[in-house]
Design a protein around this ligand. Structure first.
Ligand SMILES: [Ca+2]
Length: 115
């Protein structure tokens, strides 16, 4: 009985995950908020958020340089992703929606500790 429950639970979780990933329709206010946040970070207004801009802004929010740098490396997967508005939007949606602590989007606030 427990095995079946467990299996059902994981199947449900998987389904939920694909739903979240497939559905990137977000309310207009959230769309605007994400754009606003992005332009706040992108100080040079070149359409790409770099690590220095990220650190600079987060320092204002009391995040240490070291933590901001680590968070940046985490959500860019060691600079494999360029953080343009499209990627930032994706991360933000993940941040608002995901209940998975390992989601890269969780790191856009520069917070590393979720305990
Ligand atoms: Ca920039």
């Amino acid at each position: 009985m427990w095995e079946k429950l467990n299996r059902d639970y994981h199947a449900m979780k998987r389904e939920k995950k694909t739903e979240v990933a497939a559905d990137d329709n977000i309310p207009a206010w959230l769309e605007r908020y994400i754009q606003y946040k992005f332009s706040l970070f992108d100080r040079a207004a070149d359409g790409v958020l770099d690590v220095d801009e990220f650190i600079y802004v987060l320092e204002d929010f009391g995040v240490s340089v070291k933590d901001a740098k680590t968070a940046f490396l985490l959500f860019t997967e060691n600079n494999a992703h360029k953080v343009d508005l499209t990627y930032f939007r994706l991360l933000s949606i993940e941040y608002f929606r995901s209940d998975d602590q390992g989601s890269l989007g969780n790191f856009i606030t520069g917070r590393l500790d979720f305990t």
